[in-house]
Design a protein around this ligand. Structure first.
Ligand code: LLP
Length: 413
């Protein structure tokens, strides 16, 4: 995404130096062109029924862009639902998932007539029925099934095994069918699943498709006509050159093998795949030191800005923008947070760097800003969107003083 023209870093036709002049580091920067390319490519392979997983990047400028590309939104909280509506998504293009939806969340979703509320338990179906009855409404719903498939991803982002908290076990389908006959205000028209994130194993997709086709047929045979089969997200992004290569076209082949003779409308909910590679995190070196023979570069972004390395041991490639010499050094890049896990990467080779130089942390468009926090009482990161030679700040965080003012000291203290 970052290109060097006459040794100066550019994103699309915008000079990074120009952005740095007006934006304090650390900040996230996204390329509109890259996002458009990825969405168009995905639609070309998997069809028009793509619902962007808002949790991966919920900035309303990004949501507006997604909406302008004619894709829908997949939300997992009332906040994400409100954000998507505020960004202009038509309710008919919003799917509401989530293992813990409250009465208020469901009431709001019913009032807004969104495309589908995907339920994740028999109890939730009962609650939804009582709320729909109360409002005298007929509501289209889906059920998220748990197909008991191990996607082969790391445990912290695996969701499709029967011991995971997500979805309704596939062997409960009979119970769902029975329950639906008591739910006169609900119209079960969809099934969905999501077996985890960062999944590259094609067999896992294949087995999921087979289970979902069998399940949809089972419902249909019982007289519940399933219209939508939502196959989730989870498509793999290559963060590391050693990562397996993942081709979305291979999924398409499996999909055709499994569903070509059926009339179900298939849909997907990718997040990471559409936006991870379109984002970078720009950070400044604020300290350089040697401890125990390790060359530390301390940058102003930390685990509060990008938590993925500390939380999942995730790898993000780091690149320098200033190459003063050809000589490289072995560095460990760490954030300023007072925790040993606040390390972005160990033992990388960069040309000699000094305090004030800028580093780029790559492929951070997904699960970057959305997971940032004010830990250690530090401000949230700014976000910038690049469009050709134009750029716009799309999130300007509050000054940290505002955060400090939000605490309320009770009168007895
Ligand atoms: N649909 C559902 C129901 C999901 O739970 C998720 C992600 C997605 C779709 C989108 O998955 P994706 O296409 O982005 O892989 N914070 C973690 C990732 C957690 C994903 C949770 N669910 C990370 O930084 O790797």
């Amino acid at each position: 995404m970052l290109e060097f023209k006459n040794q100066l870093p550019f994103i699309e036709n915008t000079s990074l130096q120009e952005v740095i002049k007006v934006c304090e580091t650390p900040f996230y920067l996204y390329s509109q062109d890259k996002i458009i390319q990825k969405v168009e490519m995905t639609k070309k392979v998997l069809g028009e029924n793509i619902f962007f997983s808002v949790k991966s990047n919920s900035n309303q400028a990004i949501l507006k862009l997604m909406q302008s590309l004619n894709i829908g939104a997949d939300v997992v909280s009332l906040g994400e639902l409100k954000r998507s509506l505020s960004a202009g998504f038509d309710p008919s293009k919003i799917i509401f998932e989530g293992v813990g939806k409250s009465k208020d969340d469901l009431t709001f979703a019913i009032q807004k007539n969104i495309r589908l509320i995907n339920t994740e338990s028999l109890e939730e179906i009962k609650l939804l029925q009582s709320l729909a009855l109360e409002q005298n409404k007929y509501v289209d719903i889906g059920v998220r099934l748990n197909p008991n498939i191990d996607g082969g991803t790391i445990n912290k982002i695996s969701t499709g095994k029967k011991t995971d908290k997500f979805g309704i076990e596939i062997n409960e389908i009979e119970n769902i069918i029975n329950l639906m006959s008591d739910c006169k205000n609900l119209n079960l028209i969809g099934i969905s699943c999501h077996i985890g994130s960062q999944i590259s194993n094609i067999n896992a997709y294949k087995n999921t498709f087979i289970e979902m086709k069998k399940s949809a047929d089972k419902f249909s045979l019982s007289g519940i006509n399933i219209k939508h089969v939502d196959l989730g997200g989870g498509f793999h992004v290559r963060y590391n050159k050693n990562d397996p290569e993942f081709k979305i076209e291979n999924i398409k082949n499996e999909l055709d093998d499994c569903f070509s003779k059926s009339n179900y409308e298939l849909s997907f909910e990718p997040g990471r795949y559409l936006i991870a590679e379109a984002g970078i995190l720009v950070t400044s070196i604020i300290n350089a030191k040697q401890n125990g023979g390790i060359n530390y570069l301390i940058v102003d972004a930390g685990m509060n800005t990008l938590v993925r390395p500390a939380m999942y041991n995730a790898y993000h490639e780091i690149e320098e923008i200033t190459k003063k010499t050809d000589e490289t050094m072995n560095y460990t890049v760490a954030g300023p947070i007072c925790e040993s896990s606040d390390i972005f990467v160990k033992n990388i080779h960069l040309t000699k760097q000094s305090i004030g130089d800028i580093l780029i942390i790559k492929n951070t468009g997904a699960y970057g800003k959305v997971m940032s926090s004010t830990y250690n009482t530090r401000a949230l990161p700014t976000e910038v969107l690049i469009n050709g030679e134009n750029f716009a700040i799309i999130y300007a965080p509050d000054k940290i003083e505002k955060n400090i003012e939000e605490d309320i000291i009770p009168s007895w203290l």
